[in-house]
Design a protein around this ligand. Structure first.
Ligand SMILES: C[C@H](O)[C@H](O)[C@H]1CNC2=NC(N)=NC(=O)C2=N1
Length: 184
């Protein structure tokens, strides 16, 4: 009797898996869950198609450092990546973004303000842009500090006033148009 009940539960679970991708158990990462077709196709994780889809999904997942609460920080990381124009670095252990400003001083201010948090980004500061990269070396991977600092940079950049890339400060002599001399 117990065996029959177990078999029936297993069959029900399987049917649920096949009918609705949202019922896929929690051991699948969000990216893998998203890779499963929502149509009523049979879900078989070991088919070549799904193996490829899972590999592609994994390639977009951030890699967190040991000890990071992923339930808390994955949604925040995804918000940075999907809405905040941050991108994952090649190793998927850091996030990068370029901010554009009208002046070189404004680019420098981003660097100085983020220094105050005792976490240090790699920055490439140019005449009208600053490229910021946050990652954690010990423990290796993405941590709450990186996420917090990326959010902090967004906030500071907004306060300082970013511009479109086309309007950013440029090196070298100004064109007539930029000088206003060419306008009628
Ligand atoms: C001792 C000191 O707190 C550590 O070396 C901090 C300093 N700033 C840091 N900055 C970054 N980006 N990653 C780190 O792992 C790191 N570690």
């Amino acid at each position: 009797m117990a065996a029959a009940a177990a078999a029936s539960t297993a069959a029900l679970t399987l049917r649920g898996l096949r009918q609705n991708s949202r019922s896929i158990p929690i051991f699948l990462s969000p990216a893998r869950r998203a890779a499963i077709p929502t149509s009523n196709t049979r879900f078989l994780s070991n088919t070549p198609k799904m193996t490829t889809a899972f590999a592609e999904a994994d390639a977009k997942e951030p890699i967190f450092a040991a000890g990071v609460d992923q339930d808390q920080f994955l949604p925040q990381t995804q918000a940075l990546l999907e809405e905040g124009q941050w991108t994952l670095d090649e190793e998927r252990m850091g996030v990068t973004k370029t901010f554009y400003f009208k002046t070189y001083t404004k680019c420098l201010i981003i660097g100085i303000r983020s220094k105050s948090k005792n976490h240090h980004s790699t920055m490439t500061i140019k005449a009208g842009s600053v490229q910021v990269h946050w990652t954690t070396h010990h423990p290796r991977g993405l941590t709450d500090k990186d996420i917090y600092m990326a959010q902090y940079c967004d906030e500071q950049a907004r306060l300082i006033g970013t511009v479109d890339r086309s309007e950013a400060n440029k090196c070298g002599p100004k064109t007539k148009k930029e000088d206003g001399a060419g306008t009628q």
